[in-house]
Design a protein around this ligand. Structure first.
Ligand SMILES: [Zn+2]
Ligand SMILES: [Zn+2]
Length: 306
């Protein structure tokens, strides 16, 4: 009975109601529109590569729609399942009182910088695991299936990515440091807008800042179809993490490769966008069980191809 679930966990229903309120959804879309607007103009003025055609753009809008409708569910599930683990592990190990730095420009800089820097360390490893573990790749594949990188790609993430972020990023981050809600809000806004910027299809190089902060050219290398760029530039904001962990690729002047995956044109329907990881996992499981059932000639070993 619906009523009993409501009584059993009122906090959960209140939370979900808040996430799906007209106000919450319209502010999320408001942020998207604001983020899109300027970059959409720039993409027409100084495109790095060709811009998406009508069918490609429609697929992006579909992906964005799915993302914003299913995101609150993913966030809720992730938080609900990871909170007990966070409590069990204790923490935070460090409490960072950014207010102590004062309201001046230095304080303002640190206010935004520290949470994003720590976020990016955990994001780096989550992102790298998504490329190196076939099971997680099925979730990240939607993002890379985009054939022509553009500002909408920032919100072309499978909703399950948000779920896994709770374990790979939010949980360890909360274990390591404690940052006040105001700093977290500033950081979240900057992360979102900067991600729109570095996905945008604009030919804007960052010059001497290239190795210090990510930009459209740096992230384009990560989405590149060229094999020499595979497994490079995982960092979201600070190339330092790529440099430290050996995956740094400094884009050469004029290096604006084409992007996408060789096995898809990226024009996916609603069903594929919502269910693609589950279909991929099912294929893998079926393939493995078929392989296990196939009789092998004597003296040979089974090889599981990934
Ligand atoms: Zn990636
Ligand atoms: Zn990307």
């Amino acid at each position: 009975m619906l009523g009993s679930a409501d009584e059993a966990n009122p906090a959960m229903w209140k939370w979900l109601e808040a996430q799906y309120s007209l106000e919450a959804l319209s502010s999320a879309w408001g942020a998207v529109v604001l983020g899109y607007a300027g970059f959409l103009v720039l993409e027409r003025l100084v495109p790095a590569q060709r811009n998406p055609g009508v069918r490609e753009f429609a697929a992006d809008v579909r992906a964005n729609l799915v993302y914003f409708l299913l995101n609150p569910v993913a966030l809720f599930l992730g938080g609900w399942l990871s909170s007990p683990a966070a409590r069990y592990l204790g923490g935070p190990q460090f409490r960072i009182n950014l207010a102590a730095f004062g309201p001046g420009p230095v304080g303002g800089f640190l206010l935004a910088f520290v949470p994003i820097f720590v976020f990016d360390l955990f994001y780096y490893w989550f992102h790298r695991f998504q490329h190196e573990w076939p099971w997680l790749w099925e979730v990240h594949r939607l993002h890379h299936s985009e054939q022509v990188l553009n500002v909408t790609t920032n919100f072309r993430h499978h909703w399950l990515e948000e779920f896994f972020r709770a374990f790979f990023i939010v949980l360890p981050m909360n274990w390591l440091i404690r940052i006040g809600p105001a700093s977290s809000a500033v950081a979240a806004l900057l992360i979102s807008q900067w991600s729109s910027f570095f996905h945008a299809n604009i030919r804007v190089g960052l010059g001497p800042l290239t190795g210090l902060v990510t930009g459209p050219q740096y992230h384009r290398i990560h989405h590149s179809i060229e094999s020499k760029h595979a497994g490079k530039n995982y960092a979201g904001f600070f190339p330092l993490w790529d440099w430290v962990f050996g995956t740094y690729w400094r884009p050469a002047r004029g290096d604006w490769p084409e992007t996408g995956l060789s096995d898809t044109n990226g024009i996916w329907g609603f069903r594929e966008m919502v269910l693609s990881p589950f279909a991929g996992w099912w294929r893998t499981l079926r393939g493995a069980s078929r392989l296990a059932r196939t009789p092998r000639p004597k003296g040979t070993r089974a090889v599981v191809k990934q």
